[in-house]
Design a protein. Structure first.
Length: 374
């Protein structure tokens, strides 16, 4: 029997996840030194405290880690004002999303999300054999009323990215309050807050309330809040994320988590990162300044920019966005073309350090001079 016949149809239909181009590959292809501004990583790297803790933890890597990273779960629970059984630590938040799919979705049920949202939601939904309903965007972000209208009796999960990746849009705490009041009891809302610290800081400066999502968990609402150490904490390479939700649901999800998913090194790094407010502050302050600088600079270049609440800026050129991205790479800057996300004219650039942002804008200016946006 051929593998094509052995693999179930819903798995055969899956597309691959295409990550941002790795730095090494881009440098090999272009023959020049590149800066990666394609995967929303922290330009300052991990906190020095996390580095030290991870170096120390390396001495213990001959031992299996403690399953479920209990020390980290306890610390997160303490910070968030919940008990540890509300916390599910996973190898980044992507596996946590996958566990939502495998726990709550099955053939016959459906999940809802928005067009132009995180590319992992369709994968985890379809991998579970369920159907995905994609709601058109409103102003490049989630249309929460549209999502409500899409709910039917077979809906089990709603994936909400707040802020949204790749468009950087956000809905406020009050908008989410009003939305959740109308979500029926047979549906779980996943509130994916991968860019939590960036959005919180930007929202405080802009005078709006970003999120009080953990309050919903404490109120017993059907939500799972998801966070990650990959972004502000700069630990994308050691894979630590977590979900906050009802202990009964977290317990079911833990059953589909592969054993020893998080590592000794990752847990040590994450724990230490939670104690490094200086690094976090430096990261969010740099990001807010970079957001302003890039949005302004991009508008000056005549491209359409969506205001960001995260650590990246989404902008639209024309259908030659992949060509522009390639030309940028030859100037040493890797950005993310969004054709694979169904946005052929879209590009996403991660906010970097001031000199990286400046380099990117100069490179884009040169590229657009040669190849103006049609
Ligand atoms: C909206 C959103 N959710 C989740 C993630 C997953 O991050 P990780 O698996 O590194 O925790 C990302 C990463 O880019 C994201 O943009």
């Amino acid at each position: 029997m051929k593998y094509d016949e052995m693999v179930p149809a819903h798995i055969r239909a899956l597309g691959p996840y295409v990550p941002g181009k790795p730095l090494r590959q881009a440098e090999e292809e272009t023959g020049i030194k590149c800066t990666k501004m394609a995967s929303n990583e922290n330009p300052f790297g991990p906190s020095p405290r996390a580095l030290e803790a991870m170096e120390h933890a390396l001495r213990e890597v001959h031992l299996y880690p403690e399953n479920g990273a209990p020390e980290l779960a306890k610390k997160i629970a303490e910070n968030e004002g919940v008990t540890p059984d509300h916390i599910l630590v996973t190898g980044g938040s992507t596996p946590c999303l996958d566990m939502v799919g495998r726990t709550l979705l099955a053939p016959g049920s459906n999940a809802i999300t928005s067009e132009r949202s995180f590319i992992v939601y369709p994968i985890v939904t379809r991998a579970a054999g369920a159907t995905l309903k994609l709601v058109p965007t409103k102003d490049n972000g989630f249309d929460l009323d549209g999502v409500l209208n899409a709910i039917d009796t077979d809906t089990r999960v709603i994936f909400l990215a707040n802020p949204n990746n790749p468009t950087g849009t956000m809905f406020t705490a009050q908008e989410l309050d009003a939305f959740l009041d109308k979500v029926p009891d047979h549906v779980v809302a996943v509130i994916d807050e991968a860019y939590y610290d960036f959005a919180k800081y930007l929202a405080e400066r802009r005078g709006v309330e970003y999120s009080h999502s953990v309050r919903y968990v404490n109120e017993g609402r059907k939500v799972i809040v998801m966070r990650t150490f990959s972004k502000t904490h700069g630990l994308a390479g050691v894979r630590v994320g977590f979900g906050i939700g009802d202990p009964v649901l977290m317990n079911y999800m833990a059953r589909v988590r592969t054993a020893f998913q998080t590592t000794t090194v990752g847990e040590a790094g994450a724990l230490a990162a939670l104690h490094d407010d200086d690094h976090l502050q430096r990261t969010v302050v740099n990001n807010a300044k970079g957001a302003e600088f890039l949005e302004h600079g991009l508008r000056e270049l005549g491209v359409h920019v969506t205001p960001t609440w995260a650590n990246f800026v989404f902008f639209e050129v024309d259908d030659n966005a992949p060509g522009i991205s390639q030309a940028l790479e030859h100037s040493g800057v890797i950005v993310r073309p969004l054709k694979g996300w169904g946005i052929p004219q879209g590009l996403r650039v991660t906010i970097g350090k001031p000199e990286q942002n400046q380099n990117f804008l100069s490179a884009l200016r040169r590229v657009l001079e040669k190849e103006p946006v049609r």
